[in-house]
Ligand binder design. Structure first.
Ligand code: ADP
Ligand code: MG
Length: 139
């Protein structure tokens, strides 16, 4: 059975452009409940660890640089079928391929600066929530 939890980050480009409110509204309007949330900034080491699965890929160094370039908003979200429904809400990784009305279609500026992160599996959603939130920070 699909899990109820996913994890998202509003990436530095979207935060800098003041898209945080618009993105959170879309998330709430789609039926996701915010279970934990924080505004923070990743060091290069932390961004590198978060994206460890991409280590070795041509875009990894630049992704780490970008993700540590400014504040991000991290959030744990709850909904039935959370991982898949959230991936549908954000759209394709490359905004050029993202469906109309998706968060990435509306707020991304490029493949790298694609506005938001979304977990790709229940297992990774749990790992990513653990990366950012302790027990006392989750409602
Ligand atoms: P998603 O975020 O949709 O799960 P991936 O896990 O494949 O996508 O990639 C993680 C992030 O790395 C993307 O959201 C994007 O910011 C960046 N990225 C992925 N592929 C590329 C690429 N070819 N060039 C530049 N950045 C990329
Ligand atoms: Mg991914």
């Amino acid at each position: 059975m699909a899990g109820k939890i996913t994890f998202t980050m509003i990436k530095p480009s979207a935060f800098r452009s003041n898209y945080t409110g618009g993105i959170l509204k879309m998330i709430n309007d789609a039926g996701f409940v915010i279970k934990a949330m924080k505004l923070t900034r990743l060091s290069k080491e932390q961004a590198g660890a978060f994206y460890e699965v991409h280590k070795g890929k041509p875009f990894y160094e630049s992704l780490v640089e970008f993700m540590s370039s400014g504040p991000i908003v991290a959030a744990m979200l709850e909904k039935e079928n959370a991982v898949d429904d959230f991936r549908t809400l954000i759209g394709a990784t490359n905004p050029a391929n993202a469906a109309e009305g998706t968060i990435r279609k509306l707020y991304a500026v490029s493949l790298q600066e694609n506005a938001v992160h979304g977990s790709d599996s229940d297992e990774n959603a749990n790992i990513e929530c653990d990366f950012f939130f302790s027990k006392i920070e989750i409602i």
